[in-house]
Design a protein around this ligand. Structure first.
Ligand SMILES: C[S@@+](CC[C@H](N)C(=O)[O-])C[C@H]1O[C@@H](n2cnc3c(N)ncnc32)[C@H](O)[C@@H]1O
Length: 379
């Protein structure tokens, strides 16, 4: 028991705890199956956050550092028989069938401490625990505003997307009426999020259009927009390639539009001179069969490597074409890799001069790899 006490004390005192996961309920009536404890910083002060996982929801509670030791002991004594600890120094598995006879298994550390620079609950632009009409309607939140467990990854993705949008806002005058198009909007979680955040929270004048090939999905989205009174949000059925907007879009969003649909979205965006383009490509298959380069055969003979490389090359070429057309391009992590491998966002801002060197680099690359990508239609 002393060993366990010392370990808990040192994890807290030395700030070495990364995460502690409690599992193995001591009784059936326990309202949650798992609790995750992690350090956070609240208004610059070290604190801890507890995540209580039950079947349908995840609830958060912040506690002060001083209360952390007692909380860990209470969880181990009353609620759970097992805990997995990840610290900067080691990983531990603790088995506590009987609290006075804990068993500790120590392993080398497998995780690194992330930045604690902000409160993990408050950082969300749409917070968990506060009812949000579109998230409730789309089934992400319950009526009281709690995010349902199976939608937590989606919820994080929505918030991450909004952080990137927020950062892009500085490229528009505050009083500008923005036309935003979301190509391949699907069920439109992110399109609704855009509207909610920009129009309802930030009070910006926006007109947002979601486009998708699927008629039933578009009908559903229009019905939801109508029910929620989202009056300048509309959805249309159509193919990106042939889409004609009523005006020039200021921002073009395209998230997980498959394969060359992303290219057509980028081509449209550039043709309108959109100031901001946010694109998360997926299924970059186009170049897979085209790639040929003798010296790289050792890589290309492995389908998995070739597939990954195809995606990277495709996005590199897209980035270069955007730079050639006067965009500053960055490739940013959209969501953490643990949620989806489709996690690279091409963020392009029209704040630069057209780049002749990007044009040259593009041409060298397509020659080297013997490929003719759709993005090449962008002149
Ligand atoms: C994987 S879903 C992504 C949905 C949404 N953007 C998201 O990230 O949650 C891709 C969507 O793109 C749509 N799509 C694919 N190609 C398209 C095209 N050429 N024109 C319009 N929509 C397209 C599909 O119908 C599908 O709904």
């Amino acid at each position: 028991m002393n060993e366990l006490n010392n370990l808990i004390n040192s994890l807290i005192e030395d700030n070495t705890l990364i995460r502690m996961i409690f599992s193995g309920s001591r009784r059936k009536s326990l309202a949650y199956q798992k609790v995750v404890l992690r350090p956070v910083a609240i208004h610059g002060l070290a604190a801890y956050q507890l995540e209580y996982h039950s079947e349908k929801k995840v609830l958060h509670k912040n506690i002060e550092k001083e209360d952390c030791y007692a909380m860990i002991l209470a969880l181990l004594t009353n609620d759970f028989k097992q805990a997995n600890i990840f610290s900067t120094k080691a990983d531990y598995q603790i088995l506590v069938s009987k609290i006075d006879q804990p068993k500790l298994i120590k392993k080398p550390p497998s995780k690194q401490l992330e930045s604690l620079s902000h409160n993990q609950i408050k950082q969300y632009l749409i917070p968990d625990g506060t009812p949000c009409d579109f998230l409730i309607r789309l089934g992400v939140m319950g009526q009281e505003g709690q995010v349902l467990k199976k939608y937590y990854a989606k919820f994080r993705q929505i918030n991450k997307f909004l952080e990137i949008v927020e950062d892009s806002l500085k490229h528009f005058p505050v009083d500008k009426n923005l036309l935003i198009i979301d190509f391949g909007c699907g069920k439109a979680y992110l399109t609704f999020a855009l509207y909610y955040y920009l129009k309802l929270l930030k009070k910006r004048q926006v007109e947002i259009v979601g486009l998708d090939l699927k008629e039933d999905v578009i009908d559903f989205c229009n019905r939801v927009a109508l029910d929620l009174g989202y009056d300048s949000l509309s959805f249309k059925v159509g193919d990106i390639e042939g889409y004609e907007a009523d005006g020039k879009a200021d921002m073009v969003v395209t998230l997980h539009a498959c394969d060359t649909a992303t290219d057509f979205a980028l081509i449209k965006a550039v043709s309108w001179g959109a100031a901001v383009i946010l694109s998360v490509p997926c299924c970059q298959h186009e170049l897979f069969e085209q790639l040929s380069n003798k010296i790289n055969d050792p890589m290309l003979k492995h389908g998995l490597l070739k597939d990954r490389f195809t995606a990277i090359l495709t996005d590199t070429l897209r980035g270069l074409k955007l730079e050639e057309n006067g965009y500053e391009v960055s490739m940013v992590e959209f969501t953490s890799l643990e949620h989806t491998a489709k996690n690279i966002m091409i963020k392009a801002l029209k704040i630069k001069q057209p780049s002749a060197s990007a044009k040259e680099a593009y041409e060298s690359l397509v020659d080297f790899w013997h490929v003719v990508p759709t993005i090449g239609q962008l002149k």
